[in-house]
Design a protein around this ligand. Sequence first.
Ligand code: ARG
Length: 487
Amino acid sequence: MSCPYSMPVLYSVHTRPVDRADDWPGDQGVPPAGRVVDLDEAREFLETFHRETQPGADLEVRWAQIKAEVAETGLYEQTFAELQFGARVAWRQSARCIGRARWQSLVVRDARRVRGGDAVARELADHLRFATNGGRIRSTITIFAPDDALGAPVRIRNDQLIRYAGYRDPGGLVVGDPRYAEFTGELIDRGWQPPTPQTAFDLLPWLIESRDEAPRIVPVPSAIVLEVPISHPTLPWFAALGLRWHAVPAISNMTLRIGGLTYSCAPFNGFYLVDEIATRNFGDTDRYNVLPEVAARMGLDNGAADNYWQLRAAVEVNTAVLHSFRQAGVRIAEPTAESTLFRTFADREEAAGRPVYGDWSWINGHLGSGFGPAWHRYYHPAEPNPNFWPANHQSPAGATQPVVADPVNADHEPDDIPCLHSERHAVDDSAGRLYDTFLAVVEPKVCAMVDSLHSDINGSVAREAEPVFGEGGARRRLRDRWRRPQC
Ligand code: ARG
């Protein structure tokens, strides 16, 4: 059977000379002490920025400025227009995100001058208030100061701004979200006192690390956290399960890379796709694991291997989440419509002459994905910068013992900075460690080309030749550290 959409798309790859950073002496692969900017990447980004936005200013004048600033200070300051464009393109190029058609709507909040844990916490609260917007969620990113020669000036240890605690009892059972049992334990060891009684949906506080300060544990102001109790349109017993979920997914530990600069603290949010909550957070056996109980209440044998009980229960959990969010007036995406929108995005990207970067398995990870048009084609596997990368867990220099801080004032009025939107899914930083091992074992410059192999839906094969590590030696290798490991 032939599939009307299964045309493999072949792209030419962008190869560019790696001789831009002409003021880096030698080719040692590491910037001189105090210099942390990848100038090749800075130049490449500047060219993209000028090509796509026609900012009016002269590219070569700006490039000379950047090089002079880097030579003098080790860093350069991006203009707001560069920062905003870079953050939006990072979303556009986020291979795992199905919602990228909205990349230009990202509101970018510039917090590069914000210093100190308390001020950072106020910014995070402002971000959430602005992004939540009473349920009409706005995709938003708040960008703090870039890393310098000492590393990240500030870092948020939580992987999302809103998450639920997981309390493990001595028998190993967890009340709450098992994914956060270890982090919850760490917070308690550091002095956090969980509410009493403990419930399955207690908000975790923020753990903020700021240079030359003790890490701060800051309770999230509950008044700014919008949550939705989950009920079902036709199954009256569903509400009694007591499920609820927060409205805003806000990733807070990924690193944003723009124009050779690294922003280790740049929390960003979009809005949910139903499956993220229903299939994964509620359904996964190592998360809230509700499917056996839902199936039992539906009268299904949840011990059988041939009655689709997980799938049938998952359909009802998804139905309940979609229904509840819609009823509460909270923005949420339904997957088949989202898949259609993603195809529109893909078509638009190709019409603009750009490859459609994407990780097929993430784009098609929802229930019924085969019913959506994003299923019926493949995507370019590269992940160029600007992009979002997994956190590396280095604490800022000078960080000392933790303190438990006062709650952020929930009445504080946010600056209504009309500046973004996007995101990508958090990944285990073990991937980063694996990649480091890979780099140590394989000398990348000996690999000129890498073939990536894609089986299409009919079992036929398309090959793309992708130069992953070309000539360019150590400098190129430095840039390649910012490629996402494929493991
Ligand atoms: N999957 C994550 C969660 O369940 C959220 C990741 C970001 N998702 C998004 N739609 N922006 O919380």
